[in-house]
Write a protein that binds this ligand. Sequence first.
Ligand code: SF4
Ligand code: SF4
Length: 313
Amino acid sequence: MDKLDHVLEHIDSKGINRRDFIKLTTLVTSVLGLAPAMIPKVAQAMTAKERPTVIWLHFAECTGCSEAFIRSSYPWIDELVLEVLNVAYHETIMAPAGHAAEKSLHEAMERYKGKYILVCEGGIPTADGGVWGKVAGRPMIEIAKEAAKGAVAVMAMGTCACYGGVQAAKPNPTKAMGVGEALGIQTINLAGCPPNPVNAVSAVVQFLLLGRTPALDDYGRPKFAYGATIHDKCPRRAHFEEAEFVKRFGDEGAINGWCLFEMGCKGPDTHNNCSLVKFNDGTNWPVGAGHPCLGCSEPQFWDNMAPFYTSKP
Ligand code: SF4
Ligand code: SF4
């Protein structure tokens, strides 16, 4: 029996759909830029006995990143929770509330000290000692510092956690910033509003395969997902080169799938793999659906990419 057969037998024993699991494993392998021969290794990493423990904290955010992660149909939540990760604490999906939740957090931090991956969702308000963002009466910055101390790696989930997000848009009265900047540490930045859940799972798998943080770009983003621009891999690129542009939504160019640059597309300045991984079970992505890229995976995109529907001079 080869390694993949062994993993699939294990998947069957858990009552998980084999086809779904293979689809996810194949996708993660290709997102990581690995050869198909690595599929069994990726599958093994995803079903290892010692699953990585995740403590997931919410800071200043809208919970959209959790929503995208949990509701995505690619990395089905049962496979993620049961097979890939041991989610020890996540406020949105856990049962305890109030004091019981605080107890769970501290128990998880103690029990998995030095071993857990800390996932942070949301920016951290830092003005006035962090009083503008509190959980259970404590400033978010204090909680983040404490939780990061015992973590083997800190993953910033979404543009708010990476760079402050909409909370950090000018004039940013709470001095919100990304978790890495607020704590003065290197975080694995899964940028995007929201980030693609497949990239999050791939980052964890790469961490398991390598046993260390994946190669990151200058903004802390894993190179496997953010190494190229939207423009580099865009199926509308030939129309850009031919200067065939959509001039208004619904016009002939829009119907023919021409380039969205003149509608404000920020694809040339935006690093992400949306056109390859897509969203909603791989059905489509914003530019594929006729909407310009807003540049959501770039630092300070709320300020730097605006106005969203006008091309930059
Ligand atoms: S639609 Fe955007 S990303 Fe695609 S080719 Fe045009 S400018 Fe580039
Ligand atoms: S196409 Fe652009 S705005 Fe849309 S999700 Fe991808 S990076 Fe973000």
